[in-house]
Design a binder for this molecule. Sequence first.
Ligand SMILES: [Zn+2]
Length: 192
Amino acid sequence: MNTELEAMGITEAVMNKAMAAMTADLKPLADRHGVSVMGLLDGWHDDISGAYFFGYTSAALAGKDGQELSQHAAVAVLYAFGQSTNPAVRAHARELRGELASKAYHLINDQARAAGSNPTFRALACSECHTAEYRDDLPADPNWDAPQARWRCKGCGHPFDVRDLELEVGEDWAIRDHVLGLIDQPEQEEEG
Ligand SMILES: [Zn+2]
């Protein structure tokens, strides 16, 4: 074990907990791609797999467990993606954001409520019919595996193209009850 890591509190037990949670969370995605979790990670850019390792390790280091560990890791991974200036990472991360945003939303929502503010969830309206919402639980189409076909309009069936989504500063994706939308991220409170 690396003594430098141990000095930061990243013991073998912390690493094992982080890796177990990450492996469990990534298993469905790996299955969809027909590879192992390690195969999935190996196929990603180092900045992407690195964001995952960092996110899960930091959540385990903070003493989180179970669902809470996954939620904290998701927030950290989303943040790392958001900070990346690497176009390849930003493009690839769009597929992963949907998986992460669902976990992260509940945590951000709960924390904001506890802090006395109420983040607003706004469902995205379809860019074709301008009335209905995008959902991820509609019958699959032949392009289902393509990230841009993950969500479809409940009204007209138009597939949502994630490349069309431009986020403003302070906005983030959220998924609530299978509906794709946006939330305003609560401003960070100053400690003390
Ligand atoms: Zn529509």
